[in-house]
Design a protein around this ligand. Structure first.
Ligand code: ADP
Length: 753
């Protein structure tokens, strides 16, 4: 169960009865009581060096006879002297030696287990020389740091294969959740590539991973070679099967051997890649013939792996640093953009950079002021809004992050594909203002690299499984999960949020400031309006008298000197009188208008029925003349208002309704509607008159604006509606109209709105 080969064949599928992944996990793989036949094992008392336990192959004829003998009897005095010398300072760490026995060179591995000194020795294959420094250095030179992590891993696979000479070498990386991926590979010609394949965490049981950390290199030299038992079967002190976790020739679980055999492999070796005490990954080496990689080669491979792990850490640290630097740079740019914009939130999605450039995620979204903007690959808008709603209700955190959203929120299934990973910054939880980054379900990112037709292979009556099966299992295992957010990303996003909040508050402050400025301007405007009103009042008041004088004088001239004037002179005087009268009317309107602005309102409770009744009485002659009907569908309410002014309003609106009316019988309806949630009724005055084109709806309220020739509809100066609006506004209300040209107009107004 110790290397990638295991992942390629899943026992449950091979023989569901006998072997399952669960019993794989339970199997005591370091206490199998046997070694592989390419080596020999002797356990001695650490001081007396008296033999306590041996592998059956230490003596071809009578291994039992060796028990209790001094070590010298087995390996000779000279070799024992070397062992004593090597272990003189203790043997906390394994010791490597070479020795010669009966003319055969051996490589020796010495370590401690359960209070005994373990000596493993394996014959050096013919012609083998330990890799020299030049070769090792040359291979290490290949581990250049100029590419990405995958490039470094590919180079490492190539160098490792050059070193160990296996048919295939893979660099297998564990994800934080322990599933794995082949990210580097080198193989001899003619083999199918496994690069890019993924495997579920369950494919490498926890205890195997624990052993990988303790013992960095494991060789299975020949999967078909029967294991060699130790005698006695139990360790003499512990009375248990001896712990061989430190052994370099330990035999392997029969389940694992079966996997390897099912794959057609004869030899396999795995070398741990350990970073800061955690298992980053493995070099997984496959060979299709038996392969006794000698101890010194295995040790060199381990050394190479250690250097590689350090280079890798350096590479990853550099990448992390540049990611952090780029984050900081872009964050600064974005903040500057934000402070330069009136609507700073637009910088998140319109600026350069955008949120997508800040954090390594394919999708982002900005939910601000009720507006949603998405960037890159995101769930649809509805799904994001639901997520906002869910966060508002269920998560108090200012920075929310998950790599498995549907585990927290099963109803969020719609987001699973594109947003299994969510990093959300709450700018205002109450208002639903959030910034998001999304990461997709990890399995969606990976394309199956193998040949899909080769899922199952029937070989010698046994089902052999291709990696595709593991891929499917991996997919299931990582379903609903994204690549996780790193600590740095969460931390950086948290910092970013703080700055954004600062800016929001500042902007809110500025808004308040702007509101203050507006209020001041408004005051000034009000004051200047008052000034204007005073001016209009004084001007109109003061002009009124001389004007009337001129007009009267002209009138006198006309009357008293009529016979002395010729026709032309008379006409000129008549024009003078008419223009004077007209000017007086204009000035009266202006005076009236300015008066509305200046005078305090005498507000009291008034029955509007009475007001309208007064108006109708006042207008009676004109209504009669036009045969007009004024209709009140229901009694009108009582409201707080200035009676005189509101009388003016109704009078103006009702008379306009009759005036601007072509119907043989003009009809005016005066009524009101209630508005839900408001105490103020909306009054209306509706007529069946000529109507007002849409584009003039605002114009009619401007002073001296008339839509018709002065005499066309017996019109006035064009100040009526201006004054009406001013009165309504002075009551804190507003007025507007709806109209269908040719069919009629309805004026609406509300007081104290
Ligand atoms: P005036 O005092 O000359 O009647 P107003 O300010 O009351 O002026 O109205 C401005 C213009 O709006 C009028 O000249 C007229 O063209 C138009 N108008 C006002 N009321 C109505 C109405 N009920 N139907 C059609 N047009 C109207």
């Amino acid at each position: 169960m110790s290397d990638l080969a295991k992942e390629l064949i899943r026992p449950a599928d091979v023989d569901a009865e006998a072997v399952t992944l669960v019993n794989c996990d339970d199997e005591p793989i370091h206490r199998l009581g046997a070694i592989q036949p390419f080596g020999r094992l002797v356990l001695c008392h650490p001081e007396t060096l008296r033999i306590e336990q041996v592998s059956m192959n230490v003596d071809a004829t009578h291994p039992q006879g060796r028990l209790g003998q001094p070590l010298e009897a087995l390996i000779g005095e000279a070799n024992v002297a070397r062992v004593r010398e090597a272990t003189a300072d203790g043997f906390d760490n394994p010791i490597l030696l070479t020795m010669e026995l009966d003319g055969t060179p051996y490589e020796v591995f010495i370590y401690e287990t359960e209070g005994s000194l373990a000596i493993e020795y394996e014959p050096t294959p013919q012609g083998h020389r330990p890799p020299d420094f030049f070769k090792i250095n040359g291979l290490l030179q290949q581990l250049k740091l100029d590419g990405d992590v995958a490039t470094l891993c590919r180079r490492a696979a190539t160098s490792m294969r050059r070193l160990v000479g296996f048919d295939r070498v893979m660099v297998y990386r564990f994800a934080p959740e322990l599933h794995g991926e082949v990210i580097g590979e080198d193989h001899r010609d003619g083999l199918e590539s496994y690069l890019g394949l993924h495997y579920p965490a369950t494919d490498i049981p926890a205890q195997a991973r624990a052993l990988y950390l303790q013992n960095h290199c494991r060789l299975i030299a020949d999967v078909n070679a029967p294991p060699v038992r130790l005698i006695p079967a139990l360790h003499p002190h512990t009375k248990r099967v001896t712990d061989l976790s430190s052994s370099s020739i330990r035999s392997v679980s029969p389940i694992h051997i079966e996997y390897l055999q099912n794959m057609g492999l004869r030899a396999s070796m795995s070398i741990s890649i350990v970073q800061d005490g955690h298992l980053w990954g493995l070099f997984a080496c496959h060979h299709y013939a038996p392969f006794h990689a000698p101890l010194s080669l295995r040790q060199t491979a381990e050394f190479f792996s250690n250097v590689f792990a350090a280079r890798l850490a350096e590479k990853e640290a550099t990448l992390e640093r540049s990611y952090q630097a780029s984050f900081r740079r872009r964050q600064a740019q974005m903040l500057e953009e934000m402070s330069n914009r009136t609507d700073f939130a637009t910088a998140f999605y319109e600026g350069s950079p955008t949120l997508l450039d800040l954090i390594d995620a394919p999708g982002a979204a900005v939910c601000f002021d009720g507006q949603l903007h998405t960037l890159g690959e995101t769930p649809d808008a509805d799904a994001i809004r639901q997520l906002v709603g869910w966060l508002q209700r269920h998560d108090e955190r200012e920075v929310f992050h998950t790599d498995a959203l549907t585990e927290l929120w099963p109803e969020g299934e719609a987001l699973r594909e594109r947003a299994s990973g969510v990093l959300a910054l709450a700018i205002s939880q109450v208002q639903g203002d959030y910034l998001f980054w999304f990461r997709p379900e990890a399995s969606r990112m990976v394309q199956w690299a193998g040949n899909p037709t080769k899922a199952l292979v029937n070989e010698a009556g046994k089902l052999r499984l291709s990696p595709r099966k593991s891929f499917a299992a991996w997919r299931e295992e990582v379903g609903g999960r994204s690549r996780p957010w790193t600590d740095y990303e969460v931390e950086a996003a948290t910092g970013f949020r703080t700055v954004v909040i600062g800016l929001v508050l500042k902007t809110a402050g500025e808004l308040k400031l702007r509101a203050d400025v507006l209020a001041r301007l408004n005051d000034e405007l009000t004051r200047s309006n008052d000034d204007l009103d005073s001016f209009a009042y004084i001007a109109s008041h003061d002009l009124k008298e001389p004007l009337r004088g001129i007009r009267n004088y002209a009138q006198f001239l006309l009357e008293d000197y009529e016979d002395q004037l010729d026709k032309e002179g008379r006409q000129k005087l008549e024009t003078l009188v008419r223009l004077g009268r007209r000017m007086e009317e204009l000035i009266s309107s202006l005076l009236e208008f300015s008066r509305v602005g200046r005078l305090d309102l005498a507000v009291k409770r008034c029955d509007t029925n009475e007001i309208v009744a007064d108006v109708l009485e006042m207008l009676a002659p004109r209504l009669e003349e036009r045969r007009a009907v004024v209709h009140l569908p229901r009694p009108l309410p009582t409201v707080e208002c200035d009676e005189v002014r509101i009388t003016e309003v109704f009078a103006n609106l009702i008379s306009n309704g009759v005036k601007y009316n072509d119907q043989p019988q003009p009809r005016v309806e005066v009524g009101y509607t209630e508005v839900e949630g408001s105490d103020n009724p909306v009054f209306f005055v509706r007529d069946n008159g000529i109507g007002i084109e849409r584009e003039y709806h605002e114009n009619v309220f401007h002073i001296f604006r008339r839509l018709h020739a002065r005499d066309a509809y017996d019109g006035g100066t064009g100040a009526g509606l201006t004054i009406v609006r001013k009165i309504v506004e002075r009551h804190g209300g507003r007025i507007w109209l709806e109209s269908q040209p040719g069919r009629g107009t309805t004026f609406y107004f509300v007081l104290n709105a």
